[in-house]
Design a protein around this ligand. Structure first.
Ligand code: FAD
Ligand code: DHB
Length: 391
């Protein structure tokens, strides 16, 4: 067994784990990142794309903003479509001039991986953490299996940044409260080599279901369809996908989207999960390991990055100044923000996905009409969409 010693063992090299590593590294705190997948896999995993204003600033401040600032797309509005009409929500105008940045999650991870490898700080790929032990002691340890055999990392703290099905989540005691909601639909997401039809994102509610039009570059579109929870990719031919996207996104003025070869596709269930507290002894959860939001509000990655902003400062206070107060209040401070994101994601999800129940449908349609016609309602939506995690 290979034995290693560090101050913070970070499980998972997603956005949360990688940014935490970068922030600690910059503050001279030793940490090791352990990731079960390969570097190639994490750098190609297509997921989120919308970065909030304050989170984009955080990435820049952390030294990881260069490529995001040069190739990320800055958006000042989003469009919402229903009943074959489109309504633009002028995000920046309603949210103190702040824009969002559209930049793929895997690009954020790629930038952070490059920085870490460049600095020589330890980052172990193909290294699956199998057990966390001694979490109630001052010297917890992390057991992992790497391609070169087993490893034990002894540390002061463990950061569980390994997503919702990870080992950290499972190491939380039975007394941890777990709040959960499953939604009666999933999202089918595609990445397509197709010239975007709009410069801004389009969320659509149609009687056939939800649709979302997003983009990654002037030649690549990212699109989503709301589908049933039991549907599989086999049931969705390319023709059927494009037909549904065209049907659900159509307005009188813009009846079609641009089609092209589909580069990537996947189906994701929609659910909400919150664990309370986000800490057990020397284990601190961050990102999807602690909470899941349905993707309609584009909050998952932003929440994950905002958690580690808090966690990094708390570790620095503990190691530098022997001040445990930020670690002691970490969970409480995060959870207030997490519930705000759950509320917003729930609001966006319910409002944009047609319901089976006629009464619920009527209520949600009225809510949607209010969101696009009342300046007060649009302003709340805009502020939450653009910068919820830094409000
Ligand atoms: P993850 O990205 O899941 O990273 C966890 C890492 O831990 C992974 O690399 C995993 O391989 C590793 N790991 C797991 N178990 C182990 C183990 N035992 N040992 C070692 N490593 C392990 N969010 C937004 O903010 N905006 C959006 O627009 C958005 N759109 C989305 C669209 C889709 C289709 C999906 C699926 C998600 C979307 N999200 C969005 C959510 C976002 O992708 C997640 O919230 C985000 O990935 C959370 O980051 P994380 O670092 O907490 O977890
Ligand atoms: C994207 C994903 C989302 O979940 C969302 O709400 C908006 C955009 C995207 O992948 O671009």
């Amino acid at each position: 067994m290979k034995e290693l010693r560090t101050q913070v063992a970070i499980v998972g090299a997603g956005p949360a784990g990688m940014l935490l590593g970068q922030l600690l590294d910059r503050d001279g705190i030793d940490c090791i990142v352990l990731e079960r997948r390969s570097r190639d896999y994490v750098e190609k995993r297509v997921r989120a794309g919308v970065i909030e204003y304050g989170i984009a600033n955080l990435l820049e401040w952390a030294g990881a903003g260069e490529r995001m600032r040069s190739v990320g797309l800055v958006h000042h509005g989003v469009e919402i479509r229903f009943e074959r009409r489109g309504y633009r929500i002028p995000l920046s105008e309603l949210a103190d001039g702040k824009p969002i940045t559209v930049y793929g999650q895997q690009e954020v991870v790629k930038d952070l991986v490059a920085l870490r490898l460049e600095s020589g700080a330890p980052l172990l790929f193909d290294c699956e953490v199998t057990e966390l032990s001694g979490l109630e002691s001052e010297t917890p340890s992390v057991l992992a299996m790497s391609s070169d055999g087993p490893i034990r990392v002894t540390c002061d703290y463990v950061a569980g940044c390994d997503g919702s099905f990870g080992v950290a989540n499972r190491a939380m005691p039975a007394s941890t409260k777990r709040y959960e909601r499953n939604f009666p639909f999933s999202w089918l997401g595609i990445l397509a080599e197709a010239k975007p039809v709009s410069e801004e994102l389009i969320y659509a509610r149609h009687e056939n279901g939800f649709a979302l039009y997003s983009l990654r570059s002037p030649t690549v579109s990212r699109l989503y369809l709301g589908v049933g929870t039991t549907e599989t990719l086999e049931e969705w031919s390319d023709d059927r996908i494009w037909h549904e996207l065209n049907t659900r996104l159509a307005t009188e003025e813009r009846p079609t989207v641009n089609e092209g070869p589909i580069l990537e596709r996947g189906i994701t269930a929609m659910r909400s999960v919150v664990l309370d507290p986000m800490r057990h002894g020397s284990l601190f959860l961050a990102g999807d390991a602690a909470h899941i939001v349905p993707p309609t509000g584009a909050k998952g990655m932003n929440l994950a990055l905002a958690d580690v902003r808090e966690l990094a400062s708390a570790f620095v206070a503990s190691f530098r100044h022997r001040d445990q107060s930020l670690l002691d209040t970490y969970s409480e401070r995060c959870l207030e923000r997490v519930w705000r994101a759950e509320e917003f994601s729930n609001y966006m999800t319910q409002m944009l996905h047609p319901a089976q129940d006629g009464f619920e449908n009527g209520v949600q349609s009225a809510r949607l009409r209010q969101a696009v016609t009342s300046r007060e309602a649009s302003s709340v939506l805009a502020r939450n969409y653009v910068d919820l995690n830094s409000l």
